[in-house]
Design a binder for this molecule. Sequence first.
Ligand code: PGA
Length: 249
Amino acid sequence: MRPIVDSPIPTFVFDDREELARTLADEVEALVTRSQGAVLGLATGSTPIDAYREFARRRRVNGLSFARATTFNLDEFVGLGAEHAQSFRRWTRENLFEHVDFDPARTHFPDADAHDRAAASREYEDAIRAAGGIDLQILGIGRNGHVGFNEPGSDRDSRTRAVELHPWTREDAAKSFGSMEFVPLRAITMGVATILDARRLRVIALGAKKAEIVRQTLRASQSRALPSTWLRGHADVRLYLDLDAASSL
Ligand code: PGA
């Protein structure tokens, strides 16, 4: 692992993705084993999956317990229902919760299927606050600079809300849905300000497809055209990259 010097976000490049996953897992382990437990913000998809596999391995091999931890997922598609194969609720259950011992009563998802999504969004913000805020938020970056589903155009002070998905986001999701026409048009996401409220942000980008947005996240001027630029200036943010994602730096 090597740090990038003079980066506006402390940035670390790993030539081994497993080492990246272990680095994040070390930090999460230290948090969840504190007597007061931890509040984790969870991303989904291929970006965090190695870290989640490492959580599961530590559960199996070392008996690491997540039972005192609380979780809040970042986002969810509108209109799928919790059991849909592509819902983030189901993905998180199958890829994380079934392999570790989180207490289901302490796991939270934005209610994308609520009749009143504005009220559900406010309730999500309230629940995060009532839990004491997020200690560590795990994040990916979309090719278009989205964080969560805060697509281009998202303000620095945005909060949990329903959003329209950007064409690139739907395009990237099309493979897992089988075709673009099955990809939902909308989602609920934590806002940029909700994310920036987390005490630590650990942002992962993997693969050559992310090289350009990683470069822009660090070098472009901060604006809502590139929501990932809002991460700069957070008091405790780190960017973890593999070699390909770092190839344009
Ligand atoms: P991924 O990227 O879909 O490649 O995991 C993260 C994201 O789009 O937020």
